[in-house]
Design a protein around this ligand. Structure first.
Ligand SMILES: NC(=O)c1ccc[n+]([C@@H]2O[C@H](COP(=O)([O-])OP(=O)(O)OC[C@H]3O[C@@H](n4cnc5c(N)ncnc54)[C@H](OP(=O)(O)O)[C@@H]3O)[C@@H](O)[C@H]2O)c1
Length: 387
Protein backbone atom coordinates (compact mmCIF):
# COMPACT_ATOMS: atom_id res chain seq x y z
CA UNK A 1 0.00 0.00 0.00
CA UNK A 2 1.44 3.42 -0.90
CA UNK A 3 2.41 5.55 2.12
CA UNK A 4 -0.24 8.19 1.57
CA UNK A 5 -3.13 5.87 0.71
CA UNK A 6 -3.68 4.28 4.13
CA UNK A 7 -3.96 7.51 6.21
CA UNK A 8 -6.14 9.05 3.51
CA UNK A 9 -8.39 5.96 3.46
CA UNK A 10 -8.71 5.95 7.25
CA UNK A 11 -9.55 9.67 7.46
CA UNK A 12 -11.97 9.29 4.53
CA UNK A 13 -13.67 6.30 6.15
CA UNK A 14 -13.96 8.13 9.47
CA UNK A 15 -15.44 11.18 7.73
CA UNK A 16 -17.93 9.05 5.73
CA UNK A 17 -18.95 7.19 8.89
CA UNK A 18 -19.64 10.46 10.72
CA UNK A 19 -21.81 11.63 7.78
CA UNK A 20 -23.83 8.39 7.86
CA UNK A 21 -24.24 8.60 11.65
CA UNK A 22 -25.34 12.21 11.48
CA UNK A 23 -27.96 11.33 8.88
CA UNK A 24 -29.49 8.22 10.44
CA UNK A 25 -28.71 8.31 14.19
CA UNK A 26 -30.37 10.67 16.67
CA UNK A 27 -28.58 14.04 16.84
CA UNK A 28 -25.34 13.52 18.85
CA UNK A 29 -23.98 15.92 21.43
CA UNK A 30 -22.17 18.77 19.61
CA UNK A 31 -18.39 18.13 19.61
CA UNK A 32 -15.97 21.09 19.64
CA UNK A 33 -14.09 21.57 16.35
CA UNK A 34 -10.62 21.03 17.91
CA UNK A 35 -11.73 17.62 19.23
CA UNK A 36 -13.03 16.64 15.79
CA UNK A 37 -9.73 17.66 14.20
CA UNK A 38 -7.75 15.78 16.83
CA UNK A 39 -9.82 12.67 16.20
CA UNK A 40 -9.21 12.90 12.43
CA UNK A 41 -5.49 13.31 13.11
CA UNK A 42 -5.53 10.18 15.28
CA UNK A 43 -7.27 8.25 12.48
CA UNK A 44 -4.68 9.54 10.02
CA UNK A 45 -1.83 8.39 12.29
CA UNK A 46 -3.47 4.97 12.71
CA UNK A 47 -3.77 4.72 8.92
CA UNK A 48 -0.10 5.65 8.48
CA UNK A 49 0.92 2.98 11.00
CA UNK A 50 -1.26 0.43 9.19
CA UNK A 51 0.27 1.44 5.84
CA UNK A 52 3.82 1.08 7.15
CA UNK A 53 2.96 -2.33 8.64
CA UNK A 54 1.37 -3.61 5.44
CA UNK A 55 4.29 -2.30 3.33
CA UNK A 56 6.85 -3.96 5.64
CA UNK A 57 4.93 -7.24 5.51
CA UNK A 58 4.60 -7.23 1.72
CA UNK A 59 8.28 -6.24 1.38
CA UNK A 60 9.23 -9.23 3.55
CA UNK A 61 7.01 -11.55 1.56
CA UNK A 62 8.39 -10.18 -1.68
CA UNK A 63 12.03 -10.59 -0.67
CA UNK A 64 11.73 -14.37 -0.37
CA UNK A 65 9.43 -15.01 -3.31
CA UNK A 66 12.11 -16.23 -5.73
CA UNK A 67 14.95 -16.92 -3.30
CA UNK A 68 17.74 -19.00 -4.86
CA UNK A 69 16.15 -19.11 -8.31
CA UNK A 70 17.89 -18.14 -11.55
CA UNK A 71 15.88 -16.04 -13.99
CA UNK A 72 16.90 -15.21 -17.56
CA UNK A 73 15.23 -12.09 -19.00
CA UNK A 74 15.57 -11.05 -22.65
CA UNK A 75 15.48 -7.36 -23.54
CA UNK A 76 16.55 -6.35 -20.06
CA UNK A 77 18.99 -3.50 -20.66
CA UNK A 78 16.15 -1.00 -20.26
CA UNK A 79 12.37 -0.63 -19.96
CA UNK A 80 10.18 -3.39 -18.57
CA UNK A 81 12.93 -6.03 -18.90
CA UNK A 82 15.28 -4.01 -16.68
CA UNK A 83 12.54 -3.36 -14.14
CA UNK A 84 11.79 -7.09 -14.11
CA UNK A 85 15.47 -7.80 -13.40
CA UNK A 86 15.33 -5.35 -10.47
CA UNK A 87 12.11 -6.87 -9.16
CA UNK A 88 13.21 -10.52 -9.56
CA UNK A 89 16.47 -9.50 -7.85
CA UNK A 90 14.56 -7.89 -4.99
CA UNK A 91 12.62 -11.12 -4.60
CA UNK A 92 15.84 -13.08 -4.06
CA UNK A 93 16.55 -14.35 -7.59
CA UNK A 94 19.84 -14.20 -9.47
CA UNK A 95 19.33 -12.74 -12.92
CA UNK A 96 20.79 -13.15 -16.39
CA UNK A 97 20.13 -10.02 -18.43
CA UNK A 98 20.39 -9.87 -22.20
CA UNK A 99 20.17 -7.31 -25.02
CA UNK A 100 21.98 -6.49 -28.26
CA UNK A 101 23.67 -3.28 -27.11
CA UNK A 102 26.77 -3.83 -24.94
CA UNK A 103 26.79 -0.39 -23.29
CA UNK A 104 23.16 -0.46 -22.23
CA UNK A 105 23.68 -3.95 -20.87
CA UNK A 106 26.79 -2.91 -18.92
CA UNK A 107 24.86 -0.01 -17.39
CA UNK A 108 22.05 -2.38 -16.41
CA UNK A 109 24.43 -4.94 -14.82
CA UNK A 110 26.29 -2.20 -12.92
CA UNK A 111 23.02 -0.78 -11.62
CA UNK A 112 21.67 -4.18 -10.58
CA UNK A 113 24.93 -5.12 -8.86
CA UNK A 114 24.85 -1.77 -7.04
CA UNK A 115 21.43 -2.75 -5.69
CA UNK A 116 22.83 -6.00 -4.36
CA UNK A 117 21.37 -8.17 -7.13
CA UNK A 118 23.53 -11.00 -8.49
CA UNK A 119 23.40 -10.19 -12.21
CA UNK A 120 25.19 -11.54 -15.27
CA UNK A 121 24.95 -9.80 -18.66
CA UNK A 122 25.05 -11.61 -22.02
CA UNK A 123 24.98 -9.77 -25.34
CA UNK A 124 22.47 -11.65 -27.47
CA UNK A 125 20.28 -10.96 -30.47
CA UNK A 126 17.20 -13.16 -30.01
CA UNK A 127 16.69 -13.34 -33.77
CA UNK A 128 19.73 -15.63 -34.02
CA UNK A 129 19.02 -19.25 -32.88
CA UNK A 130 22.73 -19.94 -32.32
CA UNK A 131 23.07 -16.97 -30.01
CA UNK A 132 20.00 -18.23 -28.14
CA UNK A 133 21.60 -21.62 -27.49
CA UNK A 134 24.78 -19.89 -26.24
CA UNK A 135 22.69 -17.61 -24.04
CA UNK A 136 21.03 -20.59 -22.34
CA UNK A 137 24.38 -22.40 -21.98
CA UNK A 138 26.01 -19.35 -20.44
CA UNK A 139 23.14 -18.77 -18.02
CA UNK A 140 23.32 -22.37 -16.77
CA UNK A 141 27.12 -22.39 -16.64
CA UNK A 142 27.32 -19.11 -14.77
CA UNK A 143 24.72 -19.78 -12.08
CA UNK A 144 24.52 -23.59 -12.23
CA UNK A 145 20.78 -23.81 -12.85
CA UNK A 146 17.86 -22.17 -14.64
CA UNK A 147 14.38 -21.65 -13.15
CA UNK A 148 12.65 -19.10 -15.34
CA UNK A 149 12.96 -17.59 -18.80
CA UNK A 150 11.19 -14.29 -19.48
CA UNK A 151 10.66 -13.29 -23.12
CA UNK A 152 10.48 -9.50 -22.91
CA UNK A 153 12.61 -8.27 -25.85
CA UNK A 154 10.52 -6.25 -28.26
CA UNK A 155 10.45 -3.31 -30.66
CA UNK A 156 7.68 -1.07 -31.89
CA UNK A 157 6.90 0.93 -35.02
CA UNK A 158 3.93 3.26 -35.18
CA UNK A 159 2.35 4.45 -38.41
CA UNK A 160 -0.39 3.79 -40.98
CA UNK A 161 -0.18 0.53 -42.93
CA UNK A 162 0.91 2.37 -46.09
CA UNK A 163 4.10 3.37 -44.24
CA UNK A 164 5.04 -0.19 -43.22
CA UNK A 165 7.25 -2.18 -45.57
CA UNK A 166 7.53 -5.97 -45.79
CA UNK A 167 10.80 -5.66 -43.87
CA UNK A 168 9.03 -3.95 -40.97
CA UNK A 169 6.73 -6.97 -40.66
CA UNK A 170 9.66 -9.39 -41.03
CA UNK A 171 11.67 -7.61 -38.37
CA UNK A 172 8.72 -7.56 -35.94
CA UNK A 173 8.19 -11.31 -36.51
CA UNK A 174 11.91 -12.04 -36.12
CA UNK A 175 12.18 -10.29 -32.76
CA UNK A 176 8.75 -10.90 -31.25
CA UNK A 177 7.80 -14.28 -32.69
CA UNK A 178 10.77 -16.28 -33.98
CA UNK A 179 13.08 -15.05 -31.20
CA UNK A 180 10.89 -16.13 -28.27
CA UNK A 181 9.79 -19.21 -30.26
CA UNK A 182 13.38 -20.51 -30.50
CA UNK A 183 14.22 -19.53 -26.94
CA UNK A 184 11.13 -21.15 -25.45
CA UNK A 185 11.54 -24.36 -27.45
CA UNK A 186 15.16 -24.62 -26.38
CA UNK A 187 14.34 -23.73 -22.76
CA UNK A 188 11.52 -26.24 -22.17
CA UNK A 189 13.84 -29.24 -21.86
CA UNK A 190 16.27 -27.39 -19.62
CA UNK A 191 13.46 -26.24 -17.31
CA UNK A 192 12.03 -29.73 -16.69
CA UNK A 193 14.54 -30.50 -13.93
CA UNK A 194 13.82 -27.32 -12.01
CA UNK A 195 10.06 -27.36 -12.74
CA UNK A 196 10.68 -23.95 -14.25
CA UNK A 197 8.51 -21.24 -15.78
CA UNK A 198 8.51 -19.58 -19.20
CA UNK A 199 7.02 -16.09 -19.03
CA UNK A 200 5.90 -14.55 -22.31
CA UNK A 201 5.31 -10.80 -22.41
CA UNK A 202 2.76 -10.38 -25.19
CA UNK A 203 0.48 -7.33 -25.36
CA UNK A 204 -3.16 -6.30 -25.48
CA UNK A 205 -2.24 -5.56 -29.13
CA UNK A 206 -2.07 -9.35 -29.59
CA UNK A 207 -5.80 -9.64 -28.87
CA UNK A 208 -7.04 -6.25 -30.13
CA UNK A 209 -5.26 -5.27 -33.31
CA UNK A 210 -4.74 -1.56 -32.69
CA UNK A 211 -4.57 0.59 -35.86
CA UNK A 212 -1.14 2.00 -36.79
CA UNK A 213 0.63 -0.86 -34.99
CA UNK A 214 0.18 -3.61 -37.57
CA UNK A 215 3.66 -5.24 -37.62
CA UNK A 216 3.70 -5.21 -33.81
CA UNK A 217 0.18 -6.62 -33.39
CA UNK A 218 0.77 -9.28 -36.04
CA UNK A 219 3.91 -10.58 -34.30
CA UNK A 220 2.35 -10.40 -30.83
CA UNK A 221 -0.81 -12.18 -32.02
CA UNK A 222 1.25 -15.09 -33.37
CA UNK A 223 3.31 -15.13 -30.19
CA UNK A 224 0.24 -15.12 -27.91
CA UNK A 225 -1.23 -18.08 -29.84
CA UNK A 226 2.00 -20.03 -29.46
CA UNK A 227 2.30 -19.11 -25.80
CA UNK A 228 -1.18 -20.34 -24.95
CA UNK A 229 -0.67 -23.50 -27.01
CA UNK A 230 2.64 -24.22 -25.27
CA UNK A 231 0.99 -23.65 -21.90
CA UNK A 232 -1.51 -26.38 -22.76
CA UNK A 233 1.04 -28.81 -24.21
CA UNK A 234 3.50 -28.55 -21.32
CA UNK A 235 0.87 -29.92 -18.95
CA UNK A 236 2.39 -32.85 -17.08
CA UNK A 237 6.00 -31.86 -17.81
CA UNK A 238 6.47 -29.77 -14.67
CA UNK A 239 7.13 -26.70 -16.82
CA UNK A 240 4.70 -23.77 -16.61
CA UNK A 241 4.07 -21.22 -19.35
CA UNK A 242 2.72 -17.85 -18.25
CA UNK A 243 1.17 -15.57 -20.85
CA UNK A 244 1.33 -11.92 -19.80
CA UNK A 245 -0.98 -9.46 -21.56
CA UNK A 246 0.00 -5.92 -20.63
CA UNK A 247 -1.92 -2.83 -21.64
CA UNK A 248 0.04 0.41 -21.78
CA UNK A 249 2.98 0.54 -19.37
CA UNK A 250 5.06 3.60 -18.58
CA UNK A 251 8.45 2.16 -19.55
CA UNK A 252 9.60 5.38 -21.25
CA UNK A 253 10.13 3.44 -24.49
CA UNK A 254 8.22 5.99 -26.63
CA UNK A 255 11.48 7.91 -27.24
CA UNK A 256 13.03 4.89 -28.95
CA UNK A 257 9.95 3.92 -31.01
CA UNK A 258 10.10 4.55 -34.78
CA UNK A 259 7.24 6.74 -36.03
CA UNK A 260 6.37 6.49 -39.72
CA UNK A 261 4.04 8.42 -42.03
CA UNK A 262 3.58 11.78 -40.32
CA UNK A 263 6.03 11.20 -37.43
CA UNK A 264 5.15 14.29 -35.37
CA UNK A 265 1.42 13.58 -35.31
CA UNK A 266 1.96 9.84 -34.80
CA UNK A 267 4.25 10.63 -31.87
CA UNK A 268 1.65 12.99 -30.39
CA UNK A 269 -1.19 10.46 -30.11
CA UNK A 270 1.02 7.58 -29.07
CA UNK A 271 3.04 9.44 -26.41
CA UNK A 272 -0.11 11.01 -25.01
CA UNK A 273 -1.91 7.67 -24.53
CA UNK A 274 1.24 5.86 -23.31
CA UNK A 275 1.64 8.37 -20.47
CA UNK A 276 -1.95 8.81 -19.28
CA UNK A 277 -2.22 7.68 -15.64
CA UNK A 278 -5.64 6.04 -15.94
CA UNK A 279 -4.83 4.21 -19.16
CA UNK A 280 -1.27 3.15 -18.36
CA UNK A 281 0.46 1.55 -15.41
CA UNK A 282 3.97 2.21 -14.07
CA UNK A 283 6.66 -0.28 -15.11
CA UNK A 284 7.33 -0.89 -11.40
CA UNK A 285 3.77 -1.99 -10.73
CA UNK A 286 3.65 -4.13 -13.87
CA UNK A 287 6.91 -5.84 -12.89
CA UNK A 288 5.62 -6.60 -9.38
CA UNK A 289 2.54 -8.30 -10.87
CA UNK A 290 4.69 -10.33 -13.28
CA UNK A 291 7.08 -11.52 -10.56
CA UNK A 292 4.14 -12.59 -8.37
CA UNK A 293 2.55 -14.41 -11.32
CA UNK A 294 5.86 -16.19 -12.02
CA UNK A 295 6.33 -17.24 -8.39
CA UNK A 296 2.66 -18.32 -8.23
CA UNK A 297 3.00 -20.27 -11.53
CA UNK A 298 -0.04 -18.53 -13.01
CA UNK A 299 -1.07 -19.29 -16.58
CA UNK A 300 -2.46 -15.93 -17.60
CA UNK A 301 -1.97 -12.40 -16.38
CA UNK A 302 -3.62 -9.26 -17.74
CA UNK A 303 -2.13 -5.94 -16.67
CA UNK A 304 -4.15 -2.69 -16.56
CA UNK A 305 -7.93 -2.32 -16.21
CA UNK A 306 -8.10 -0.92 -19.77
CA UNK A 307 -6.53 -4.12 -21.18
CA UNK A 308 -8.96 -6.22 -19.14
CA UNK A 309 -11.90 -4.16 -20.43
CA UNK A 310 -10.61 -4.55 -23.99
CA UNK A 311 -10.36 -8.35 -23.66
CA UNK A 312 -13.88 -8.58 -22.19
CA UNK A 313 -15.32 -6.32 -24.91
CA UNK A 314 -13.72 -8.40 -27.64
CA UNK A 315 -14.98 -11.63 -26.05
CA UNK A 316 -18.55 -10.42 -25.67
CA UNK A 317 -18.94 -8.29 -28.79
CA UNK A 318 -16.19 -8.89 -31.36
CA UNK A 319 -18.06 -7.15 -34.18
CA UNK A 320 -18.73 -4.04 -32.13
CA UNK A 321 -15.12 -3.97 -30.95
CA UNK A 322 -13.97 -4.12 -34.56
CA UNK A 323 -16.25 -1.18 -35.39
CA UNK A 324 -14.73 0.75 -32.47
CA UNK A 325 -11.26 0.01 -33.84
CA UNK A 326 -12.37 1.26 -37.27
CA UNK A 327 -13.40 4.49 -35.60
CA UNK A 328 -9.99 4.75 -33.94
CA UNK A 329 -8.32 4.08 -37.30
CA UNK A 330 -10.41 6.84 -38.89
CA UNK A 331 -9.39 9.30 -36.16
CA UNK A 332 -5.66 8.60 -36.46
CA UNK A 333 -3.47 10.63 -38.89
CA UNK A 334 -3.69 9.68 -42.60
CA UNK A 335 -0.57 8.62 -44.49
CA UNK A 336 0.92 11.75 -46.09
CA UNK A 337 1.98 11.82 -49.76
CA UNK A 338 5.63 11.68 -48.62
CA UNK A 339 6.17 9.07 -45.93
CA UNK A 340 8.85 9.94 -43.37
CA UNK A 341 10.21 8.04 -40.40
CA UNK A 342 11.74 9.40 -37.20
CA UNK A 343 12.55 8.11 -33.75
CA UNK A 344 10.42 9.36 -30.88
CA UNK A 345 13.35 11.34 -29.46
CA UNK A 346 13.37 13.44 -32.63
CA UNK A 347 9.66 13.43 -33.47
CA UNK A 348 8.95 14.62 -29.94
CA UNK A 349 10.94 17.84 -30.52
CA UNK A 350 8.11 19.47 -32.51
CA UNK A 351 5.87 22.01 -30.76
CA UNK A 352 3.08 19.40 -30.62
CA UNK A 353 5.50 16.79 -29.24
CA UNK A 354 6.74 19.10 -26.52
CA UNK A 355 3.16 19.95 -25.57
CA UNK A 356 2.34 16.24 -25.29
CA UNK A 357 5.46 15.63 -23.21
CA UNK A 358 4.36 18.20 -20.64
CA UNK A 359 1.03 16.37 -20.30
CA UNK A 360 2.55 12.88 -20.23
CA UNK A 361 5.18 13.86 -17.68
CA UNK A 362 4.92 10.45 -15.94
CA UNK A 363 6.23 8.62 -19.01
CA UNK A 364 9.00 11.19 -19.45
CA UNK A 365 10.12 10.54 -15.87
CA UNK A 366 9.90 6.78 -16.47
CA UNK A 367 12.38 7.00 -19.36
CA UNK A 368 15.02 8.28 -16.91
CA UNK A 369 14.33 5.52 -14.38
CA UNK A 370 14.25 2.79 -17.05
CA UNK A 371 17.69 3.42 -18.57
CA UNK A 372 16.17 4.72 -21.82
CA UNK A 373 18.85 6.54 -23.78
CA UNK A 374 17.50 7.10 -27.25
CA UNK A 375 19.80 6.34 -30.09
CA UNK A 376 19.27 6.41 -33.84
CA UNK A 377 18.14 3.21 -35.53
CA UNK A 378 19.33 2.09 -38.95
CA UNK A 379 16.85 1.36 -41.69
CA UNK A 380 16.16 -2.06 -40.17
CA UNK A 381 15.18 -0.39 -36.93
CA UNK A 382 18.19 -1.87 -35.13
CA UNK A 383 19.83 0.28 -32.49
CA UNK A 384 23.32 0.63 -33.76
CA UNK A 385 25.29 3.12 -31.70
CA UNK A 386 25.84 1.04 -28.65
CA UNK A 387 27.39 -2.02 -30.15
N1 LIG B 1 5.63 -0.30 -23.08
C1 LIG B 1 4.37 -0.73 -23.23
O1 LIG B 1 3.41 0.04 -23.08
C2 LIG B 1 4.11 -2.18 -23.57
C3 LIG B 1 2.77 -2.62 -23.62
C4 LIG B 1 2.52 -3.97 -23.89
C5 LIG B 1 3.57 -4.84 -24.11
N2 LIG B 1 4.85 -4.38 -24.07
C6 LIG B 1 5.94 -5.34 -24.29
O2 LIG B 1 6.83 -5.34 -23.18
C7 LIG B 1 8.16 -5.63 -23.63
C8 LIG B 1 9.11 -4.56 -23.13
O3 LIG B 1 8.67 -3.29 -23.63
P1 LIG B 1 9.45 -1.94 -23.27
O4 LIG B 1 8.50 -0.84 -23.46
O5 LIG B 1 10.13 -2.10 -21.98
O6 LIG B 1 10.54 -1.89 -24.48
P2 LIG B 1 11.96 -1.15 -24.54
O7 LIG B 1 12.09 -0.18 -23.43
O8 LIG B 1 12.10 -0.64 -25.93
O9 LIG B 1 13.04 -2.31 -24.31
C9 LIG B 1 13.24 -3.29 -25.25
C10 LIG B 1 14.42 -4.16 -24.83
O10 LIG B 1 14.53 -5.23 -25.77
C11 LIG B 1 15.87 -5.29 -26.24
N3 LIG B 1 15.86 -5.85 -27.60
C12 LIG B 1 15.25 -5.35 -28.70
N4 LIG B 1 15.47 -6.16 -29.74
C13 LIG B 1 16.22 -7.20 -29.30
C14 LIG B 1 16.77 -8.36 -29.89
N5 LIG B 1 16.62 -8.62 -31.22
N6 LIG B 1 17.49 -9.22 -29.13
C15 LIG B 1 17.68 -8.98 -27.82
N7 LIG B 1 17.18 -7.91 -27.19
C16 LIG B 1 16.46 -7.01 -27.93
C17 LIG B 1 16.39 -3.85 -26.14
O11 LIG B 1 17.80 -3.73 -26.07
P3 LIG B 1 18.72 -3.59 -27.41
O12 LIG B 1 18.06 -2.59 -28.30
O13 LIG B 1 20.07 -3.14 -26.90
O14 LIG B 1 18.79 -4.94 -28.01
C18 LIG B 1 15.76 -3.45 -24.81
O15 LIG B 1 16.54 -3.91 -23.76
C19 LIG B 1 8.09 -5.73 -25.15
O16 LIG B 1 7.96 -7.07 -25.55
C20 LIG B 1 6.81 -4.96 -25.48
O17 LIG B 1 6.24 -5.38 -26.69
C21 LIG B 1 5.15 -3.07 -23.80
Amino acid sequence: MNGWKAPLAMVGARWAWSRVRRRYAPAPEPVPAYKRNLELLAWGAAGAALGVGVSALSERRRSGLMAGKVVLITGSSRGLGLQLAREFGASGARVVVCARGQQGLDRAVAELTGRGVEAHGVVCDVTDPEQIESLLDEAEEHFGRLDAVVNSAGIMRVGPQEAHTDDHFRQAMDIMFWGPFHLSRAAVDRLRDTRGVIVNITSIGAYLSVPHLLPYSTAKHAWAALSEGMAAETAGTGVRVTTVVPGLMRTGSHRGVAFSGDPEREYAWFALLAGLPLLSVSAERAARHIVRATAGRKSFLVITPAARAGLVARGIAPGLTQEAMRLVGWLLPDAPARVEERLGAEAGQSRLGRLVDTVSVLNERASKRMNQHSKPQDEQGQRTEEK
